[in-house]
Design a protein around this ligand. Sequence first.
Ligand SMILES: Cc1ncc(COP(=O)(O)O)c(C=O)c1O
Length: 359
Amino acid sequence: MARSVAALGRPAFTRSFQTVPVNGFPGAVGKTPLIYLERLSKETGAKIYGKAEFQNPGGSVKDRAAMGVIENAERLGLLRPGGTVVEGTAGNTGIGLAHVCRAKGYKCVIFMPNTQSQEKIDLLRMLGAEVYPVPAVAYENPANYNHQARDFAKQTENAIWTDQFDNVANAEAHYRSTGPEIWEQTGGKVDGFVCATGTGGTLAGVGRALKEKSDGKTQVWLADPPGSVLHSYISSGGKLTERSGSSITEGIGQGRITSNLGTFIKSIDGSLHIADEKSISMLYNLLDTEGLYLGASSALNVVAAVEQAQKLGPGSTIVTILCDGAYRYQSRIFSKEWLRSKGLEDAIPEHLRRYAVLD
Ligand SMILES: Cc1ncc(COP(=O)(O)O)c(C=O)c1O
C-alpha cells in the first residue's frame, strides 16, 4: 500500500501558482516558492527550506530591493516620470534596477569598479543601463564607485541615488514581502532563519517580520563568509571587527554595519562563519541531489541552515534564502582551473567532480 506523504515525515505539498495575472515586471517580483530540501532534512531530522529567490524575474533576491528603493522614492516624490536612477553596484542590484527602470520608464545609470568582468558590464548594457566602470579604489577615497554614483545623482535633475546599503527602504521591502511570505508558506512555524548579508536588507527585513510574527521565538542568525567582519562583531557582542581571509562568494560579506543591518543587528541571535570549502561542496551537492543550480551565496546559506538545524535540533523548521542561480558565475565555479587557482578543487567531493566540466 502506498504510504501517505505525512507518514514519510515530509510536509504536505501542493503545486501553487499565481491565480491572477500580474502587472508587468514589477508585479512578477516576489511570491517565490519555498523549496523543501529533502536530503538535508532527512540527514538532520529538521525541516530545511530554501526560499527560491532565483525565480524572481530578474533572477535574484535583489529584485525585491530594487523595487523597494524605487517605489519608496516614487512615494516620497523624489523620482518623477522620466527620471534617472543611479546606483554603485557590481552585481544583482544593478540588474534588478535596470529591469525595473525599463518597466517604469526611468533611465538607469550604474557605476562599478573597473575590475568587474566584461560579462557583467555587457549584461547591464543589454538591459538598457548606462554603465561607468571606474577605478577600483577604497571606500574612503572620493573616487570610489559608490561616491561617484551619489555625486552623479546630485548633479542630475530628477535623479535619485538608490544607496542600497544605507537606504532602509531595502530592508523594508523584505519586511513587507519576503518575511510574511515565509511565515505564510510554513504555516506560521519557523524555528530558525539564517542567511548571509551584503547590504543586510534581506536578513534585517525578514528577521524583523519573523520576530514580530513569532512573538520573538524565531531564532534569526547571520551567516558570514571569510573576509567579512560581521561574524566576529556579533559573536564578540559588538566589540571585535576582525577581518581575515577572502571568499569566492559574491554579493555577501561586509566591512561595516550598514544602516539596513543596523535596523536589526541588536535582535540577531547568533552567527556562523562558513568556509568557502563548505560552500563549494554544498553547491555541487545541491546540484547533484536536488537538481538546484545555485550561486555560491545560496550554497553558503544552505550550509548555515544545516548548522542551525543541528543546533536547534530534530523537529525544528529552518528557512534560508536561495539568492540566485549559478548562471552568472558558471565560468568560474564550474572551471577546474579557476577552482584550482583558489585552492578549492579538493573541496568538491570526488564523486561530484564530473560537474566541473570547464577547463
Ligand atoms: C548573490 C547575492 N547573494 C546575497 C546577497 C545579499 O543580500 P542583501 O544585500 O539583502 O544582504 C546579494 C546582494 O547583492 C547577492 O547579490
